[in-house]
Design a protein. Structure first.
Length: 112
């Protein structure tokens, strides 16, 4: 598998191979690239961001830590189901510990 490392601005092109139980990462200029490549092939995670209607505008939401990539669709459905409270502020937790991931959905912006 070939991918671009996102751990720093360099953007190394990584080659990640699985050989039995061993994961071999090449092309990285630093140890963070090797860690990223190995994690990306075994348990990829992402920060999720989305927008939800609120009054006459929108609120921007995001996870406060990376969540397993395989849960993104389910998390977005859960956010869509939840009603926005009448009063909400930047920094408020919109959903605590979403899907038992230890990640909270946090309000990052309010646009009215």
């Amino acid at each position: 598998m070939e991918l671009t490392c996102i751990m720093c601005p360099v953007g190394c092109t990584l080659k990640v191979e699985k050989n039995g139980e061993d994961i071999i990462v090449t092309g990285n200029a630093c140890p963070r690239g090797a860690e990223y490549g190995a994690k990306e092939i075994t348990a990829p995670e992402r920060i999720v961001t989305t927008v939800k209607n609120y009054k006459n505008g929108t609120i921007c939401l995001k996870t406060d830590r990376p969540i397993p990539k395989k849960l993104i669709d389910e998390i977005l459905r859960e956010i869509a189901r939840k009603k926005v409270p009448e009063k909400i502020y930047i920094g408020d937790i919109f959903i605590k510990n979403i899907l038992n991931t230890k990640s909270n959905i946090v309000v990052t912006e309010i646009n009215l």
